[in-house]
Design a protein around this ligand. Structure first.
Ligand SMILES: [Zn+2]
Ligand SMILES: [Zn+2]
Length: 408
């Protein structure tokens, strides 16, 4: 048996034993599915109800199944314009690929695509370090980079609630692979135009954020800021971020983020109380530290914004026609379940453990090539072309990405 048939058998086993019921207003959604090696091979499908979708999963056993965040009166019609758009949920995707984390140096590797050069190395880079040609990257995930996507998802949920009062209809699920999807389903957001979606996305990602308009203004050698008690949204987060940095009390960090000397940062820290209380009155002061106020506070504001801007995949959130993984179904590149996570459980969620659905029955594999990777609560590898027996969840994970072969 080849890898494809083997994996399909595992998927079929799961769908025979489980019922997926996670798509609200299912009859108004467009569906698409994918086969081994291709995430979307066919779309413009529709299901009357969850029972029909579940029969489809049992009979056809797709490697991937996605649905539209849009709702249509005739979801199976084509082209898109004929579907009768009724509105669309908001969807935000956080992917470990898009976020720079130090762990990539330990689990990702690149290879120059210019055959004459052939350089390679660890980490995730766009271009070859030797010759500047494009590089192909072998990407893996680990608990650290997934924790970063989770932190971003939690920040998003908090901003949506605090700044926009969107708390009803917010749900989040593991993507099944490299991050999380946050869905906002509800009447208020459904009619948002493409322009409104773009504006909201710019706000969330801090794109073109106008600090002057928010009240952070430099003039006469001093910085004014919104009064802390009255600050909302971005202003509030920026001030909180600055206060937290001073409360942390690390002078070298303040020096780096404020583009100042460590000795100056130490002086600022001594005057911390005065500095924080002047934020209440609407001023960012520099006391007797000797820093250049314009440069120091300008850098600090830049730091505060960069800490809170969300790394959202832009395309997913503004493209109303996009289809995205059905929560609670399996991701055919990993064998992990795109499990919906209760918001209260999200902070401590461990997707590489809690979204494992296959058993530990051993499978014999050959030509296994992988860095050290974490799955189902334990570490495996590294492997360098080895022949080994691994639990079936790890076998799926490796076979699906072509990092191993099945020993028949
Ligand atoms: Zn090269
Ligand atoms: Zn990582």
């Amino acid at each position: 048996m080849g890898a494809e048939d083997f994996l399909r058998g595992m998927l079929r086993g799961f769908y025979s034993a489980h019922t997926i019921g996670s798509v609200p207003e299912i009859s108004a959604r467009e569906f698409g599915f994918g086969v081994f090696g291709k995430k979307i091979s066919s779309r413009h499908l529709a299901f009357r109800d969850a029972a029909e979708m579940n029969s489809f999963l049992r009979e056809k056993t797709p490697f991937y199944i996605s649905y539209s965040d849009a709702l249509y009166s005739r979801p199976a019609d084509r082209p898109m314009e004929k579907k009768g758009l009724l509105g669309a949920d908001l969807i935000y995707e956080f992917d470990a690929d898009d976020i720079k984390t130090d762990c990539k140096l330990s689990h990702d590797s690149w290879q120059c695509m210019n055959a004459k050069c052939g350089a390679s190395g660890k980490g995730n880079v766009d271009v070859c370090a030797e010759c500047g040609s494009g590089a192909s990257v072998e990407e893996w995930v680990c608990p650290d980079c997934l924790a970063e996507t989770r932190r971003q998802s939690l920040n998003l949920i908090s901003v949506l609630e605090k700044d926009f009062s969107f708390s009803e209809g917010v749900s989040v699920n593991f993507s099944g692979s490299k991050g999380y999807h946050v869905h906002v389903r509800g009447i208020p957001v459904r009619g948002f135009s493409k322009v409104a979606r773009l504006e909201l996305l710019d706000y969330l990602t801090g794109t073109n954020l106008d600090l002057r308009a928010l009240g952070f203004v430099y003039s006469n050698k001093a910085y004014s800021c919104p009064k802390r008690g009255a600050a909302k949204g971005w202003s509030k987060r920026i001030l909180e971020r600055i206060e937290a940095l001073f409360n942390e009390g690390d002078a070298s960090k303040i020096a780096v983020f404020g583009n100042a000397k460590v000795s100056q940062a130490k002086k600022l820290l001594k005057e911390k109380q005065g500095l924080i209380s002047s934020m209440d009155r609407g001023f960012l002061v520099s006391g007797r530290s000797g820093v250049n106020a314009e440069r120091f506070w300008g850098s600090m504001l830049g730091f505060a914004v960069s800490e809170d801007k969300l790394e959202i995949d832009r395309q997913t959130s503004i493209d109303i026609n996009k289809i995205i993984r059905v929560p609670d179904t399996l991701h055919g590149s990993t064998g992990l379940q795109a499990k919906e996570v209760p918001l209260s459980a999200l902070p401590s969620h461990n997707p590489l453990k809690e979204c494992v659905v296959f058993s530990g029955a051993e499978v014999r594999l050959s030509k296994v090539v992988a860095p050290k990777f974490y799955l189902n609560g334990g570490w495996f590898g590294p492997f360098n072309g080895d022949e080994v027996s691994l639990p079936s969840f790890a076998a799926f994970y490796l076979l699906a990405r072509g990092s191993a072969e099945l020993v028949s």
